[in-house]
Write a protein that binds this ligand. Sequence first.
Ligand code: HGY
Ligand code: MN
Ligand code: MN
Length: 414
Amino acid sequence: MENALAVLRVNAGRFRTRFDALSAIGATPDGGLDRPAFSIAHRLARGWYFEQAEQAGLEIRVDGAGNHSALLRCGPAGGPTLLLGSHLDSVPNGGRFDGALGVVAALEVLQVVKEAGFSLGAHLEAVDLTDEEGHFANFLGSLGMTGMLDAGHIENPRGGRERFRRALEDAGMDEGTLLSAGRDPRSLAGYLELHIEQGPRLAEHGDDIGIVTNIVGIRSFKIRFLGRADHAGTTPMDRRLDATLGASAFSLAVRERVMSEYPRAVATVGNMVFEPGVFNVVPRSVVLSMEFRAEDETALDAMETELMRLARAEAGRFGLGLDVQMLDSSPPASMNAGVQEAIGEAAEMLGLRYTFLHSGAGHDAQCLAPICPTGMIFVPSVSGFSHSAKELTSWQDCVNGANTLLQAALLLAR
Ligand code: HGY
Ligand code: MN
Ligand code: MN
């Protein structure tokens, strides 16, 4: 039995055909992908996923958080389930591999195990988790699944509350179903995710596989600098309450402070919305979207205090009001030692060169880690590009990752 399991491999041709078909749903002319959560393309991709799962003879199920699962009952009756998965949503104008690779690979693993006809110590579930990219709220589906999603996390959805409500309604969900989608941790044997690295380290060192040790924590905010609208031609420069100045000075100050005081952390101002936002009116308001990331809560707390102090200082310097709204906070997480070991064993058995690394990208795995043994497998990203159309992973690396996922899953579900 052990040997029979060890020789199992994914069907690389079928895996490729599926990946290419999925990449076409929401494809952009530059070779990327535009498939934000709850968009039409996202809904089509989820429909396509279920068609594939049914054609493979798998059961399908959607939970209250909209997570789309394919199930293989290959464990003992009443036995636990090993979750394999990732996400089918993308950032706006993102790449084809982020999330999609892990979902297609998980489906392929279930199909290979089904075709081999083996019974395992756990059932297998290939899950596409909802809104990993935080179109409305970071890691919405995985947080829902943990039962740790609270009303506060969805109180200030990124796209606004009304749009969020409508999106949920269109998907057959509401805030109540989201908050009650929690799974019993005792029913979960673990969570394993294959993902592209989204950075250059594996490729630069010639490694095939990355075993993730820990995932960064993320906090995100909307910050409004509030001034006064004035005529852009007649208001002297020294009499303006120009919201642009506070927002711009703050953005530069954040960069300088993070680089000097928190060299292992990052902060990003990803958007600014100007009001009224025209040539000839001094802006009365600028709303800025900012997130920052660090490896531990202590650093996150210190950064939050420091960056909010900077915002107050820059607002004060230009005579502006300030309004800060925290949107969400995703704690950092360590990956389970036993799962890391299983991934290493799988890679070794496949003759692949592996290394251990930290993830600066956020993943659903950081939400699931507190409730079940969790781990992640990374494959190399060419030149480290991600969240752009330039995202690329060689097909051989994708297959290596999928086989590592398969073998690690078999070890964990033994
Ligand atoms: O934003 C992130 O790190 C991830 O891609 N969701
Ligand atoms: Mn992403
Ligand atoms: Mn991702």
